[in-house]
Design a protein around this ligand. Sequence first.
Ligand code: SF4
Length: 333
Amino acid sequence: MAVTIAQLEVVAFEVNRRAAIAVPIDAEQAFRRAADRETNPLAKYVLDAIVENAELAVLDQRPMCGDTGLPRYYVKAGNDVHLEGGFAALERALRAAVARATQEVKLRSNRVHPITRRNPGNNVGVFAPSIDYRFEPEGDWIEITAVHKGGLFGSDYRMLFPGDGTDGIKRFVVDTIASFHRRGLACPPAIVGVGIGGTKDQCFTLSKEAACLRLVGDRHPDPVVAQLEEEIYDLCTKTNMGVMGLKSDTPVADVHCEIAYAHTGGTPVAVSELCTAVRRSTARLYNDGRVEFREDPRWFSPYMRREGIDLTPAEAGRAIWAPAAVPEEATVN
Ligand code: SF4
């Protein structure tokens, strides 16, 4: 048996629809907590409005932000999945689903030719939507995660050096967040993703995945990285630069760091922010025709984060995704 292309098209459309409309529960709860504990009345008013907006979007079945960002996909395939038509057919289905979602869900047609500014009107074009792939050694399934993320602000990169140490990483990240929030170039409270190490492009990719594909409250399984996440979160909180540029107790909803082994002479670091429009939705399709929808992408796995040639039993046993208390049901249907 195989995952059929017809099924892929339907499911790919559905994850785009869910992503556009429903803020995932982990993020919505984080914004609710931020509103509840906010001590600045004006910031509290705006945070309450963010929560109310998320509720109304589900009630009205409409996109939760007028700017529906750039639709993109993260695809993870188990080694035993069978795809009717193979990966080329999958990519066609993913592109067709974005065109359909633009029309029917009313995604804003944001994608244009970068020089002529020609707008095809369906968010499909050269390298659009972008599709990133990862693989797992076992599994008769394929997972499709749709993410709608803005692409204008909130990201930066710097090559640091071993002598900069973790203090240098923290300073770069906090300076970047403070600068964007002061200039109004983000919609806080943001989820901050930090990519540390790897190549330049790898650390940027990791920072975006860390911001978009992990739940609020999730901590990295490596205690050294988890501690850094906590320390950066505390420092960002102390900036007090929050929603709409107002003084606020919750400038960021969470901080997620991902690492990759780096050149011995350098430490590339990249920062990405996911604004209050948290838009992600995941579906897993099995060879036998079953489909499961969920809000947790479960993107980073022990296999992805393995250190050696093979996954060791100790790595496989690490907790990898977040608080069991976070419900997995999609809230949009
Ligand atoms: S930054 Fe996010 S919340 Fe603000 S307008 Fe853009 S998509 Fe919407």
